[in-house]
Design a protein around this ligand. Structure first.
Ligand SMILES: Nc1ncnc2c1ncn2[C@@H]1O[C@H](COP(=O)(O)OP(=O)(O)O)[C@@H](O)[C@H]1O
Ligand SMILES: [Mg+2]
Length: 422
């Protein structure tokens, strides 16, 4: 089988890496891919979705998998399907679950899926009135995609009103902020849970925890994610069941009822408050770096999982999840997340210990190939992934691997998975 992966990050690299070890897969293409994906497959550049569809036909692609949200929200899945190509991901309509927070919150309310109390509005007076009725902190969210910057946790009523004003005027985020959500602050711990969905059926993957802040101890600015681990011990069987019954099932039923059955990766951003689950948001694709630590935990065929997901046949499939734990440590470039850094050559020392070699690998993200060498050219450069019988062992291996990786100005957090170890 020939597979095309749309995207260029560590997430897409890790999907490709898993597929490259799958005996059902002959050839992997990445569009556009990065400097390292060309080592496990072939990179294709494209100018428009139409030209990408032409390439997919030419290269006889059997299945396309979409990594990032932007092409999904643009309707890439609808276009591929209309051209008679098999593709795994949600339709443009279903992608509103991520593309519009107003759509998402109204959906949650309509189908009685637990979430923070909120209003949606395009009116500053209405927003202010609701802000006054809440106690601080207060959460203000822009409706549309804002690259992870559209959520303000305001510490005072004034700050919340200022944030809402900035959004509604179009000043802060343009059209993406023309409607806002104002909601109560939920005090608990966050989890990411991923379900592979085919419109009707789903397969749940182990719950993961991400680390959004740049610095140890969850300090510093927000980033795309500095590391992740799975499965997290913060979740027990009962909570897992509750997530299925109170979130996954009603979401799939609701999307069917809306006439937009959900096919693709459903990423549930959850807050656990007093052992009760609440939905913060959905994303319509894998998280990055969560994908990098979940792929290695899937024992059964990853190709089949996506292929059956794209064909409405997940009911035919039993997936096997490894008993192992996985930890991923992101290595970022010198000035991340403030500005881009000078390209820096990446040197990886040979790993002598065969045991370590077998239980760790690198997932490459912001890298380019220049004259046969790999250079760090993006913000988040690569993820050091370690596997083990325990979180501690997996983490030790990820950090041992990290010690083998060198480039000018490299930075990483030293406390990934601390919640699982404290
Ligand atoms: N109601 C809330 N209560 C507490 N924290 C929240 C709330 N909503 C969002 N957050 C925090 O803000 C982060 C970003 O919000 P989210 O809804 O995931 O938006 P996005 O990922 O699109 O920026 C969350 O990961 C969470 O830490
Ligand atoms: Mg989020």
């Amino acid at each position: 089988m020939n597979v095309l992966i749309i995207g260029s990050g560590g997430r897409e690299y890790s999907i490709g890496l898993a597929l490259s070890q799958d005996e059902k897969v002959d050839k992997i293409y990445f569009a556009p891919g990065n400097g390292a994906t060309a080592k496990i497959g072939e990179n294709i550049s494209y100018e428009s979705y139409d030209s990408l569809i032409e390439s997919a036909k030419e290269k006889m692609i059997d299945l396309t998998i979409v990594g990032p949200e932007a092409p999904l929200v643009d309707g890439v899945v609808d276009r591929f399907k209309a051209a008679g190509l098999k593709i795994f991901g949600p339709s443009q309509a279903a992608s509103q679950l991520e593309g519009s927070k107003v759509f998402m919150k109204n959906f949650l309310k309509k189908y009685e899926i637990p979430t923070a109390r909120y209003i949606e509005t395009d009116n500053i007076d209405e927003a202010s009135q609701f802000i006054d009725s809440l106690s601080t902190p207060i959460v203000v969210k822009a409706d549309g995609l804002c690259a992870g910057k559209g959520v303000i946790i305001a510490q005072s009523h004034e700050e919340a009103k200022e944030a809402a004003k900035g959004m509604l005027s179009g000043e802060s985020f343009g059209d993406a902020g023309k409607r806002v959500i104002v909601e109560e602050f939920l005090d608990g711990y966050e989890l990411s849970v991923f379900a592979i969905c085919d419109g009707e059926e789903y397969k749940l993957l182990p719950a993961a925890q991400d680390h959004k802040r740049l610095l140890d101890g969850d300090q510093g600015p927000n980033t795309g994610g500095m590391g992740a681990y799975a499965p997290t011990p913060l979740i027990d069987e009962a909570l897992y069941r509750a997530i299925e019954e109170e979130v996954v099932k009603p979401t799939l039923k609701g999307m069917q009822a809306e006439g937009m059955p959900y096919e693709g990766v459903l990423f549930m951003g959850l807050m656990i408050v007093d052992s009760k689950v609440k939905v913060l948001e959905y994303n319509v694709r894998f998280g990055d770096p969560e994908c990098e630590i979940l792929m290695p935990l899937i024992r059964s065929s990853v190709f089949e999982l996506f292929d059956k997901g794209a064909s409405g046949k997940l009911n035919e499939l039993d997936i096997e999840i490894s008993e192992q734990k996985c930890v991923g440590v992101v290595m970022a470039s010198q000035d991340y997340p403030y500005k881009s850094s000078k390209p820096a050559e990446i040197i990886v020392d040979e790993i002598v210990d065969p045991h370590l070699r077998e239980h760790c690998h690198i997932s490459y993200a912001g890298v380019s190939e220049i004259d046969g060498k790999i250079f760090a050219t993006g913000g988040r450069v690569l993820v050091c992934v370690g596997l083990g019988e325990s979180i501690q062992e997996a983490r030790d291996r990820a950090y041992e691997l990290a010690a083998h990786v060198h480039f000018m100005g490299k930075q990483c957090r030293m406390d990934i998975a601390y919640q699982a170890l404290s």
